[in-house]
Design a protein around this ligand. Structure first.
Ligand SMILES: NC(=O)c1ccc[n+]([C@@H]2O[C@H](COP(=O)([O-])OP(=O)(O)OC[C@H]3O[C@@H](n4cnc5c(N)ncnc54)[C@H](OP(=O)(O)O)[C@@H]3O)[C@@H](O)[C@H]2O)c1
Length: 273
């Protein structure tokens, strides 16, 4: 974990993006900057964050870099403090809880450490950071929280049991908190990507070429997913599912029998092994 590399000036809204060192988070940070925000970039790989910070600074944004492991209590506490007690630094107006990862395999075969690490990052860090920033946002009557959930939020995921459960939590939590603060001027929104080409697959150790049928056609890239998410957040949409096939999938599981959804979901995840 490191201290922020530079203080930021006032005048533009400030967005803190977790998992900004790659994939969807990096693109969300670019979009926020393009949209007139200064940035606090959070992830473990400081050098990747510094490269992005240099790019965004060239485009006129002020950028802080906070290298922190959000699976750890210390890393969560550091970012929590940045959000809750800015001290002499500028308060954060927009929190993007994007950092996350998944493991693939039968739950009985997976080391429990990885399962617990997913809960720590995908759930605990997200709750802790949201709790740290939200009171001040509600008091101010502006700003917001964008939580990155998943298409997996809508169904149980045999083969990705813990991951899917964490993402079901993220969606449920986001919708509930949104309703609690409705009318306050604060936006609380969820982005639910489907299969997106990022570093996610490498960390999960999955194949990206094994999908057949509609699932194979549903792949998207990080910039288009981030764009849909950022636009959904700007429009204060509760839930954004990018891509028409993903939208259809999220919609149809509401009406299909749960037993059929479980089996279909298992079949899709098996193709990733
Ligand atoms: N790609 C997909 O198919 C897909 C589908 C649905 C939902 N999502 C969700 O989208 C979000 C972004 O994932 P992505 O697809 O962009 O994957 P990615 O390319 O692997 O990016 C993940 C980001 O999270 C950061 N991160 C991982 N572990 C961390 C930790 N312990 N502490 C702090 N930061 C950490 C990574 O940075 P460092 O490694 O530098 O820490 C990286 O910046 C995740 O929440 C994921 O669950 C992805």
């Amino acid at each position: 974990m490191s201290e922020p590399s530079a203080p930021v000036r006032s005048g533009r809204p400030l967005a803190l993006v977790t998992g900004a060192s790659g994939g969807i988070g990096e693109e969300l940070a670019r979009l926020a900057a393009r949209d007139g925000h200064d940035l606090v970039l959070v992830a473990r790989r400081a050098e990747r964050l510094e490269e992005l910070a240099a790019e965004l600074r060239r485009d006129g944004a002020e950028v802080e870099v906070v290298a922190a492991d959000l699976e750890s209590d210390a890393g969560q506490a550091a970012v929590e403090a940045r959000l809750a007690e800015p001290g002499g630094r500028r308060p954060v107006d927009v929190l993007v809880n994007n950092a996350g990862f998944g493991t693939v395999g039968r739950f009985v075969d997976l080391p429990v450490e990885g399962e617990l690490a997913q809960i720590a990052l995908n759930v605990s860090a997200l709750v802790r950071l949201t709790r740290a920033v939200l009171p001040r946002l509600v008091d101010a009557g502006r700003g917001g929280v964008l939580n990155v959930a998943s298409l997996a939020s809508f169904e149980p995921g045999p083969g990705m049991a813990t991951y899917s459960a964490t993402k079901a939590f993220v969606l449920s939590f986001t919708e509930a908190v949104r309703e609690e603060v409705v009318g306050s001027g604060v936006r609380v929104c969820a982005l639910c990507p489907g299969f997106t080409h990022t570093g996610f697959q490498e960390r999960a150790g999955v194949r990206t070429d094994g999908l057949a049928g509609l699932a194979a056609l549903a792949w998207q890239d990080a910039p288009e997913v981030a764009r849909a998410g950022w636009e959904g957040f700007a429009a204060d949409r509760a839930v954004t599912v990018p891509g028409s096939l993903n939208k259809a999938a999220a919609f149809s599981v509401r009406f299909a029998p749960r037993s059929a959804v479980r089996k279909l979901s298992a079949r899709v995840v098996r193709q990733l092994h």
